[in-house]
Ligand binder design. Structure first.
Ligand SMILES: [Zn+2]
Length: 597
């Protein structure tokens, strides 16, 4: 037997699944999905067949002629879940498993109507990355096994279902008061890209191939915010080759969604915190769209190679922004990313193995290892390669890379072999070894300079030294510039400086979450009481880990803000996603260390 993914029981000696047929009944009352999956194997097979499961109740398993297939569970592993071992009779090509998900399914978040925008209907969505597909369907839960799928999803009749798949019609009720949505996903995807959402959803067309879905109260705002998306798709096609997923739709989720976006194919899932009203945070869209090439088309073989997804995509996102908004705008994005990178390296320590690009996560929960490193360190490594080869030649390399590995899942070493073949000597020239296999930041990290950036950093330094800019000087700055200015300020300011900033820039009432959270992080860390209620509002509303981590960390700096953080967490805990809860709890664990020391 050979397992090749540290986070899956998939055994390379066993047949691979090539297609799934999902038959789901979404039960809001019990917060579970009931139903079955039929796995189509690549060839008729016999003997042991292992699947990943976690918190699933399996009722029965049977073959294509209805014959029972014996099965047993392996032991429970806190990270991997339980192996489901089936013993296939000779000639088995189809396996149907009847099962129910549990209220513990990490992939699913369920909302009572009060927690939605419209407050009238419940909502449910899935998040399967990194290894949570196994909590909604028994499967070979590794990117190495790509599958196409069909689904029939029965939901309460007032609600709509969307999936990371093409819609294939709506059936009248299978049970009283229900509708059944049909889906077909012809392109093979890794299981972490399975996705479903159910709620009171409406859509607006943005172009013949792009549409946005959201709750009715949000859909017009979202349509404005994402109005540039067709231009982005066309730009990305010019850079990386044809868009291979037919449609690019987007879904705006409730604010508890723990990520900025999730690149589910055909249906990017998004936090509503990117809707700033002025299209200033659409880099998240550029990022999720870029995954249509790097990540969804060419996929990491396991979480040990996650940088192949995120490093290339972060680089690609900035190439798209560069093409649409110019180099100045992308230079600021790189600067903003540098801050996140520095914070992640500091959090783990620069000698931590989690700061390598190519990781070894055997026995490590990928959600615990999650950070900006595969994104920002990865993107800087790609930039070095681009600078070494020259942009034109590197763009040709990228198109060749995507074309060579489309619809496959690869390792860092497979990438390196291809790089050596196409751009001989490039890896050695940029010291790829240090970037991929050694911790911390290599000495040859690329520098992104712009006049604008220098000015903003200088203005922040002058401000910290007591030299106030004229309010007009700052008021004329756009939101990325203002964000860089705030990021360049010290983490602790005196009361007079904080008063000045808020009075002149109206920071506490900003609707742009990047600016708002950066401001609240400085203010909370400075024990600045006027923002405490706003901090509470934001923390009770938003589940995006990118915002929770700095805010809860900042609150840890003083005794009274620590008490405030604990009180807010108790109040908000039930509505946070389990991933968000873990981030907050790990931040708050460090509070007690600070008190003890
Ligand atoms: Zn990404």
């Amino acid at each position: 037997m050979a397992t090749i993914d540290p986070h899956s029981h998939y055994d390379t000696d066993q047949p691979r699944t090539r297609h799934l047929r999902l038959n789901w009944f979404v039960d809001f009352e019990n917060r579970q999905i009931n139903g079955s999956v039929t796995l189509e194997l690549e060839k008729p097979s016999a003997g042991f067949f292992d699947l990943d499961t976690k918190a699933l109740a399996i009722r029965s398993a049977y073959g294509q002629n209805g014959e029972d297939i014996p099965f047993e569970f392996g032991g429970e592993d806190p990270i991997l879940g339980r192996r489901l071992r089936l013993d296939l009779p000779e000639g088995t090509a189809l396996i149907t498993i009847d099962y129910t998900t549990s209220s513990e399914a990490v992939a699913l978040q369920w909302f009572e109507p009060e927690l939605t925008l419209g407050k009238r209907h419940p909502f449910m969505y899935s998040q399967c990355q990194a290894i949570h597909a196994r909590t909604i369907v028994p499967c070979q839960d590794t990117p190495r096994v790509r599958v196409s799928y069909n689904a029939a999803v029965t939901v309460p009749e007032k609600l709509a279902a969307v999936m990371s798949a093409g819609p294939a019609g709506i059936l009248p009720e299978r049970g009283p008061g229900t509708r059944t949505f049909l889906f077909h996903m012809p392109q093979p995807v890794p299981p972490y890209l399975f996705a479903i959402a159910v709620g009171d959803l409406q859509s607006r067309d943005l172009s013949p191939r792009a549409r946005v879905w959201a709750e009715p109260g949000m859909v017009n705002k979202a349509a404005y915010e994402f109005g540039e998306v067709e231009q982005m798709i066309a730009t990305a096609e010019r850079l990386f080759g044809p868009y291979e997923w037919d449609r690019y739709d987007m879904l705006v989720l409730p604010p508890a969604f723990p990520y900025g976006g999730m690149e589910n194919p055909r249906m990017t899932f998004l936090t509503p915190t990117v809707i700033a009203g002025d299209r200033s945070l659409v880099d998240v869209i550029a990022h999720e769209l870029a995954h249509s090439w790097t990540g969804n088309l060419v996929t990491n073989a396991s979480m040990d190679h996650f940088w192949l997804n995120e490093g290339f995509t972060t680089w690609a996102e900035r190439r798209i922004l560069d093409a649409i908004h110019g180099e100045k705008a992308s230079a600021l994005r790189w600067a903003i990313g540098q801050k996140a990178l520095d914070e992640s390296v500091a959090r783990f320590g620069s000698d931590s193995p989690l700061t390598k690009l190519r990781t070894d996560l055997k026995g490590v929960d990928p959600d615990e290892a999650f950070s900006s490193i595969p994104y920002e360190k990865g993107a800087r490594f790609v930039t070095l390669l681009e600078r070494h080869a020259g942009r034109e030649r590197f763009d040709r390399f990228m198109r060749a890379y995507i074309n060579a590995f489309r619809f496959t899942s690869i390792t860092t070493e497979e990438f390196l072999a291809f790089l050596e073949q196409e751009l001989p000597g490039a890896a050695a020239a940029v010291n790829a070894d240090a970037w991929l296999y050694r911790p911390g930041m290599p000495a040859n990290a690329p520098i992104f300079k712009s006049e604008q950036l220098d000015e903003l950093v200088a203005a922040a330094e002058a401000f910290a030294a007591g030299e106030l800019p004229s309010p007009q000087q700052l008021a004329n700055r756009d939101s990325s510039e203002l964000l860089v200015f705030l990021q360049s300020l010290p983490r602790r300011l005196d009361r007079a400086s904080l008063d000045w900033l808020d009075q002149n820039l109206g920071l506490t009432r900003r609707g742009n979450y990047e600016i708002l959270v950066e401001w609240l992080t400085i203010a909370a860390g400075s024990d600045y009481e006027p923002v405490f209620e706003r901090v509470r509002e934001v923390l009770l509303e938003v589940g995006r880990m990118k915002y929770l981590r700095p805010l809860y960390s900042a609150l840890g700096k003083q005794a009274r803000t620590r008490a405030l953080a604990r009180e807010i967490y108790l109040q908000g805990k039930a509505n946070y996603h389990s991933l968000s809860r873990r981030v907050i709890e790990s931040v708050m664990e460090k509070y007690s260390e600070e008190v003890n020391s």
